[in-house]
Design a protein around this ligand. Sequence first.
Ligand code: ADP
Length: 366
Amino acid sequence: MADVKLTHVKKIYSNKIEVLHDINLDIKKGEFIVFVGPSGCGKSTLLRMISGLEEISGGTLEIDGKMMNNIPPALRGIAMVFQSYALYPHMSVYDNMAFSLQIAKNSKQDVDLQVRKAAEMLQLTPYLNRLPKALSGGQRQRVAIGRAIVRRPKVFLFDEPLSNLDAALRVATRMEIANLKESMPESTMIYVTHDQVEAMTLADRIVLLSEGNVEQVGSPLALYEHPANVFVAKFIGSPAMNIVPCHIDQAGEITRVSLSSAETVDVPILTDASEQGKAAFFGIRPEDLGLVDSQEQGFVSGEVAFVESLGEATLLHLKVKGCQEMVIAKQAGTLKIQRGDLVHLSAAPEKMHLFNQNEQSYRRVS
Ligand code: ADP
């Protein structure tokens, strides 16, 4: 089990376009790290560079303190699980899992022990004699994971392993992977996904990427509660955080801002006097907005443009005066509110966010 360290790593493909810029990451032994970000941000490229399937154009990759840039994939002590499973169709589940160990000339007993142990962990024991075509997508992906486990790698790499599964199987297999993490606490795991729910539920730490840059590294809760910038704020959480342009009227330990709707809000976030008068962005999550009875009790009012009933919750899409984009409020349960109603909203001050005109977060007063 190993530490993985990336220092000033970049990637330039043959078309000369730099797709990853100066990536610095220190992944600790036993951590479950998730690379997440929108399609094309470079997360698969980064994973493939760690695996050795893709050349590193600049910077260094170390695994357990050893420079790995020019070490072939097979000698890096890693195992990779792909989106497409990549199973051998003519081999049984047992043989699929045993194959790499047999090639490496492990004893028959050792192969058998490792395969049965992995099968047990992944609840595949009843299927050991089946061919992959006689398995569900989720079971096939578990075989692919089993094949990685038996090799006892220092580092597991997962490249969008759930994206070929339907919604129900995705949730079930996600649980399997979470269990796997629990039963192999020493293993370092790096997992790529574009799905923020997978990132939030699986990661010890998330690395959020955008256009080849790391936007923020931190625990799921840290990214949710203290997003470093507007990009992170909008990417983590669903529906996305409401971001409303505002002006800083009064800087200080409590910053007074006027929203584009002309209403003012006191936000318990520290701003420097030099920020006074500047444009900024006020942020509030849909689930942190509450309905109140009157305008005086709230800080903003809006007309309901449409109502989405999800059963356990209701999403209110609101037209707020002066705001270009709709503001979304998420309320528990079902509500007797209709299109055209005027509603008033409040929020706990500690749930409010404030970003400067470059979309970077101001420091929160704790
Ligand atoms: P992600 O996994 O986040 O969707 P990728 O790592 O696949 O992103 O791609 C990052 C960027 O690199 C994209 O702009 C993509 O078009 C580009 N890219 C990926 N593979 C190649 C390649 N073989 N040659 C040139 N550009 C590539």
